[in-house]
Design a protein around this ligand. Structure first.
Ligand code: OFO
Length: 174
């Protein structure tokens, strides 16, 4: 198998940086929810941050395995304030949709380069994005239904408290 093409290597390094940003973004969101005494929501965000760290490691390992070079750049500062829990989850959904578009672009680059190994590797991220968008969308919908109802919010908080990181790096619930 040919060594990683330089354009693909660079694109994967940029993706490592985006995944690092995602990990920081979700930690910032966890802090936002902790501050609002919503520990279940905060747990969901902590687990999401751990998943993003797993996405970083998976990309890192792949670049190394293909004889490429990993470069770690500065990570942009994430926001620290959101208008409401609903707006925080809507922003999360928008972020994941953006990441899905970027990953589709990486698959296209692999196809253009006839880099079958990268294409196959990136399919995992394509599938992961489908799951992530669906799970965030579900919370957005539940938050819309719970608006103005503290009891419903507390029930949702309790449910999101059960999310755990599975050994595969994907969450077991939520
Ligand atoms: Fe939010 O998922 Fe990484 O890619």
């Amino acid at each position: 198998m040919a060594i990683l093409n330089p354009a693909m290597n660079q694109a994967l390094n940029e993706q490592i940086n985006r995944e690092m940003y995602s990990a920081h973004l979700y930690l910032a969101l966890a802090a936002y929810f902790e501050e609002r005494d919503l520990p279940g929501f905060a747990n969901w965000m902590r687990v999401q941050s751990q998943e993003e760290q797993f996405h970083v490691t998976k990309l890192f390992n792949y670049v190394v395995e293909r004889g490429g070079r990993v470069t770690i750049g500065a990570v942009a500062e994430p926001p620290s304030e959101w208008e409401s829990p609903l707006q925080a989850f809507e922003a999360t959904l928008a972020h994941e949709q953006e990441i899905s578009t970027v990953i589709d672009g990486l698959v296209d680059l692999a196809l253009t380069n006839k880099d079958r190994a990268s294409e196959s590797f990136l399919r995992w991220y394509v599938d992961e994005q489908v799951e992530e968008e669906a799970s965030v969308d579900r919370v957005v919908k539940m938050l819309r239904l719970s608006e103005g109802q503290p009891a419903a919010m507390l029930m949702l908080d309790r449910e999101l408290a059960s999310r755990r990181l599975a050994p595969s790096g994907s969450s077991a619930a939520g």
